[in-house]
Design a protein around this ligand. Structure first.
Ligand SMILES: [Zn+2]
Length: 483
């Protein structure tokens, strides 16, 4: 019998996560992208299910070796460093108007409890054993590397020679879950999306097979101690991934409301951990799997790979300071198909901003308001309008670009209706018809504004303040044009 999972939400709740970000990273557009996508869905589901039924979690990964190195470099104690830096991340997400319900830090007490409790369960279940790990370890990757992956003895991504490490560690029996996982993915087509990533994971399982992985380090001081061996700390995945469970209230009565998560949004570089390690870890701990893992693509900057050496990282804060949050959200979600790679170009950003936001949407709002003020004493008739596009089908499938394309072509047609009816001429012969036409357009615009709320929260709010309960106020300029 074939089981099918429903897309996302099964219960009347929605729990969405972003990856937790390495605390030592400089926040860039990729972080903003995952987080804005999750924020868009959180806003959509809050409208649909009520705000108490949505949980949106983001946060920082603080227990790795990278944290210790970064703190040393900054001349700070590790704890001091994580405090200051976590605050920086939160400030950035606040500036981006990200409506997270919890910003989780893996150094928090409840997370430490979760990690120890789950590790104990997995241990009791016979899935953890002691072995010797010997290999080439890249700190940048937080992973062991194979000789064949190196270029001139260096990690090709981090341009550093990996360290040779030999230590006695604890291992997780990932291999035990290989067949179960393969069948689960085959039986649940929505579990990994988009399709290309699902194929990638399946082919990984089939060609490479699942190898047990090390879950602890003895040489690292900073981190969460293993409950069954306090000489070692939990190694990254059995710490970081469990944040999703901690944030759902693991160990409290809230947990059954939120778990399993409805959606993990991740970058395509971490699907192996989210689609292979994570399900096996959850099964071993006796927990249900999330309904879906959705991996988005990466950006280039003007067609070039973004890298530290090129110094071409894109700062989301600089963009929103000039153009506003809605503009950044619009570009990222409209220009790039979610799930595919995309290009970021400042010139294109500016073009799209001017044509879609300043002209199409912004002009429509201000000219419509101006005409209603002039021709009908700042009043409009509240009429029932039919949606010309049902965007729910697309938004639940994370087709953000289709949603925005459709809603903006609907706006085009409203602009077209003004051009066709020429209210400034019509008013001279038929004032009543003029008011009818303009009212119809205002009510459709209001409906679009509601649909746009998850995508463009600021503009949506402004439009709903301009046209409200049959009364119109001056709209001002929603999106000032930039050369
Ligand atoms: Zn590396």
């Amino acid at each position: 019998m074939k089981k099918t999972t429903k897309v996302n939400q099964r219960k009347n709740k929605f729990y969405v996560t972003t990856p937790i970000y390495y605390i030592n990273d400089v926040p860039h557009i990729g972080h903003a992208y995952s987080t804005i996508a999750a924020d868009t869905l959180a806003r959509y589901y809050r409208r649909k299910l009520g705000k108490d039924n949505v949980l949106f979690v983001t946060g920082t990964d603080e227990n790795s070796q990278k944290t210790i190195n970064a703190a040393e470099l900054a001349g700070q104690g590790t704890e001091e460093y994580t405090e200051l830096t976590a605050e920086k991340w939160q400030n950035i997400f606040n500036t981006l108007d990200i409506t997270y319900n919890r910003f989780i830090r893996t150094t928090e007490d409840d997370h430490k409890k979760t990690v120890q409790d789950i590790l104990q369960k997995v241990y009791d279940n016979g899935d953890i054993y002691k072995g010797v790990y010997e290999g080439l370890y890249c700190v940048g990757h937080e992973a062991f590397m194979k000789e064949e992956d190196l270029v001139d003895g260096l990690c090709p991504d981090h341009k550093k020679a990996p360290e040779h490490i030999k230590e006695e560690n604890w291992f997780f029996k990932l291999s035990k879950y290989q067949e179960r996982l393969k069948h689960y993915i085959l039986d649940n087509p929505d579990f990994i999306q988009p399709q290309s990533r699902r194929n990638e994971v399946l082919s990984f399982i089939e060609t490479k097979g699942l190898e047990d992985f090390s879950i602890s380090r003895e040489t690292q001081e900073w981190g969460i101690r293993l409950p069954f061996d306090d000489s070692q700390v939990a190694y990254v995945w059995f710490d970081a991934l469990l944040n999703y469970v901690t944030a759902a209230g693991y160990g409290t009565d809230k947990f059954s409301k939120w778990w399993p998560a409805d959606l993990h949004i991740v970058g395509k570089d971490i699907i192996k951990f989210h689609c292979i390690y994570w399900p096996a870890m959850l099964w071993s701990a006796g927990l249900e799997l999330p309904h879906q893992v959705f991996a988005h693509g990466f950006f280039t900057n003007n067609g070039e790979k973004i890298s530290k050496s090129l110094g071409n990282a894109i700062d989301p804060i600089a963009l929103v300071q000039k153009y506003g949050n809605d503009a950044l959200r619009y570009y990222l979600l409209r220009e790039i198909t979610f799930g595919s790679d995309g290009d970021f170009s400042l010139q294109r950003f500016n073009e799209v901003y001017n044509s879609d936001l300043a002209n199409n949407l912004g002009n429509l709002v201000s000219r419509l308001a101006t005409m209603l003020i002039k021709y009908n004493n700042a009043q409009y008739n509240e009429v029932k309008v039919k949606p010309r596009y049902s965007y729910e089908d697309d938004i639940v499938k994370l087709k953000f670009h289709s949603c925005l394309a459709e809603l903006f072509s609907w706006l085009d047609s409203l602009n077209g209706a003004i051009e066709e009816n020429k209210p400034w001429e019509l008013f001279k012969t038929d004032p009543q018809k003029t008011v009818e036409v303009l009212s119809g357009i205002a009510c459709e615009l209001l409906l679009i504004a509601q649909y746009l709320e998850p995508f463009l929260p600021e503009a949506s709010k402004k439009i709903q303040a301009v046209f409200s309960n049959g009364t119109v106020v001056n709209a001002g300029v929603l999106f000032p044009k930039f050369e």
